[in-house]
Structure formats: C-alpha cells, structure tokens
Design a protein around this ligand. Structure first.
Ligand SMILES: Cc1ncc(COP(=O)(O)O)c(C=O)c1O
Length: 351
C-alpha cells in the first residue's frame, strides 16, 4: 500500500478551530447579537431571493452590496470590498500583503485568528505582548515598528479584552508607510472611535468590519473592508472567483437597508454590558476590565476553568480565554434574561 499523503509541515500541530456550540439557556460565548433581525428584514430578503437567477453565477463585483456598504459607512465604492465574513477579508489581505519572507505583527492578547490566518498564508507571526490594561502606547508603537512587519494588526475594540485602541496609535503605526495596518473593527458599533478617517491620508490603513455582530447576521457570513482603491484592486488579484453567493449578497443588502433599526437596538446591548461590568465590580475578588464592545473580560476569584464549568452546569456558556489572559473569562452581553441567568449563576459558583 502506498503511504498516505503528508500535509504541509506543521499542519498536524495545529488544532482545528474549536466550536463550542451547546444547547444551553444562555449562549454567551461568541459575542453574537442576542436580538433577532429587524422587522421587515425577512420579508425583504424573501422577495429578493425569489427574484434571484440562481442558475447563473452571482455578481462577481458584488456591486449592489458594496454600494450599500459604502453608503452606510460613508466611504467610496472603489475602496469597499466584501467577503464571506471578516475572517475571509483578513485572509485575502494576508494573501495579498503577507506571504513567505514577510511577517505580521499582532498586539497580544488579541483575536486568535490574526495569528492563525497569518500562519495559514505562510506569513510569519510576531506577537507583541501589551501590558495591562492592554492599551497601545507610543512606546509600543516604536517597538512594534522596529520589528519591521509587513502587516500590523490592531483590533479595536479588542477581542478578548474589550478596550478600544487610541486612533493616535493607529496613525503612528501608519506613518510607517511600507506596512499595511489592518484595523479590525468587528465591534466598532458598540463603542470606541473608528480609525476610518485615517484611510484618506494613509492608504496603508484598512478598516475591517463585519455584519456578524451589531447587524445580527452571523449566520449569513458577511464581512467587508474600507480601504484605498489600490488595496481593493490587490484583493481582486487574490479573491476566489464569485466568492460571495447571490444569497449572501442579498442578505447583506437587506441587512444594510435595515441598518437604522439594527443600530437602534444596540443601546440595549450596551446597557446589558454596563450592567455586567457594574455587577462584577461589586463582586468580591473579581477583577473586571472596562469594555467598549459587546462583551466583558473578567478574572473570577476562583480558577477560571472551575468557574466556566460551574456556569455551564447552570446553563450558562461563557468563553474561557485563559490561553490569552491568565485566569480570564469573557462573557457576551446577551439579552436581559440571559444576563440575569449569568449573574445569578456566577454568584452561586463564586459563593
Ligand atoms: C475581532 C474579530 N474579528 C473578526 C471576527 C470574525 O467575524 P466574522 O463572523 O465576520 O468572520 C470576530 C469574530 O468573533 C472577531 O471577534
């Protein structure tokens, strides 16, 4: 028998992406929006789907979706690009600007996929560790730039720590014109200041966003970026043909058309987030980090693994982020009744 084919070197050392999707009363582990899509969304989508010529390939330029995204963000069409979730946008950016002999710098702790996608695209990873409270300062900028990365990731608000990064730090990073600065703004609708105004004067800044969080559309897989037209031209060189289905494009268009309603429910999410922060601040021995996002990072007064298990036993699923932040747990600001469940379960587990 001939030997089995060997995958690329190191692949089998990489664990498959872990999905913890459990049927529990409160799923507070993936930062999804707890509220359903706005009224009228499904009717509009159903009408659009009914008229779709699905026997044809979809619009490869995604013109209508990009027009809607561009208008919603206040950016130009030529500098707006879309893909199947912002993870695919990040992958395309790395395919275009990373690769063998190039490195990507991350400010840790941050979103795991930045390193993972860099590795997948044969881009070496330089992890720069930030001190608590995880804000990028001017000294960090200088040290990061000295490492000469081709790509720099800034996540703002940052996952899993929750804090937004100063736009000034992004500007200082962008002054180093030969590095592409990717600002991952997956949670920007919940708080923090966007770095989008920098794009006009800094064509090496790319803003990456998603409809998975604030727009409550995680299931449709739609992400986008706002950049200089040259960057979007480069992405067209690495994209797969017809990568976004006509169905996803229709869902994205309908979601953007309902943006005002979607944005109006965000205040409820922010209120739940602030309620979590307040309650955890009052819990003896619990360390809480401020949040500009739709989740909260905290350190319980007992081992995080034990607390995670205790919460799960009570029907509450949170994210164990101990790999990124020692003894850290991250909880999504869910609906009020889910937050009730979480706070009640936590007080039992910690008592
Ligand atoms: C910081 C950050 N960026 C990107 C993503 C990926 O989002 P998408 O669903 O658009 O691929 C996530 C998802 O959790 C995230 O936390």
């Amino acid at each position: 028998m001939s030997p089995a084919a060997e995958p690329r070197s190191g692949l089998r050392d990489v664990a498959p992406y872990a999905y913890t999707q459990l049927d529990v009363a409160a799923r507070l582990n993936t930062n999804e929006c707890p509220h359903p899509l706005p009224e009228g969304f499904f009717d509009e989508l159903a009408r659009a789907v009914h008229d779709l010529p699905l026997h044809r390939y979809p619009d490869g330029r995604m013109t209508r979706l990009r027009e809607e995204l561009a208008a919603c963000a206040g950016h130009d069409l030529e500098g707006t690009w879309a893909a199947n979730g912002s993870n695919e946008i990040l992958t395309e950016l790395l395919l275009a600007y990373g690769g063998p002999g190039r490195s990507a710098l991350t400010f840790e702790p941050t979103y795991l996929l930045h390193s993972r996608l860099s590795w997948l695209t044969h881009t070496s990873v330089v992890q720069y560790r930030l001190q608590e409270p995880f804000t990028i300062g001017e000294q960090d900028v200088e040290r990061a730039i000295a490492l000469e990365p081709a790509v720099i990731f800034v996540c703002s608000p940052n996952n899993p720590t929750g804090n937004a990064q100063p736009v000034q730090a992004v500007r200082s990073l962008a002054e180093r014109r030969d590095a592409l600065v990717i600002v991952d703004e997956a949670y920007i609708e919940f708080g923090g200041q966007s770095a989008l105004p920098l794009v006009a004067d800094h064509p090496n800044v790319v803003i990456v966003r998603t409809l998975s969080k604030a727009f409550a559309l995680a299931g449709a897989r739609i992400g986008y970026c706002l950049a200089a037209p040259e960057v979007v031209e480069d992405l067209q060189r690495v994209r797969l043909p017809y990568h976004m289905s006509a169905l996803a494009q229709a869902a994205g268009i309908a979601a953007i058309r309902h943006a005002p309603q979607a944005m109006s429910i965000l205040q409820a999410v922010r209120e739940q987030r602030d309620r979590i922060v307040e309650a955890l601040c009052a819990a003896p021995g619990v360390e809480v980090f401020g949040s500009d996002a739709n989740f909260v990072l905290f350190r319980p007064s007992k081992p995080a693994g034990e607390v995670w298990r205790g919460l799960l036993d009570r029907g509450v699923l949170v994210r164990d982020v101990t790999g990124a932040v020692p003894n850290g747990l991250r909880v999504t600001a869910g609906a009020a009744h889910e937050v009730d469940l979480f706070l009640h379960a936590l007080s039992e587990v910690l008592s």
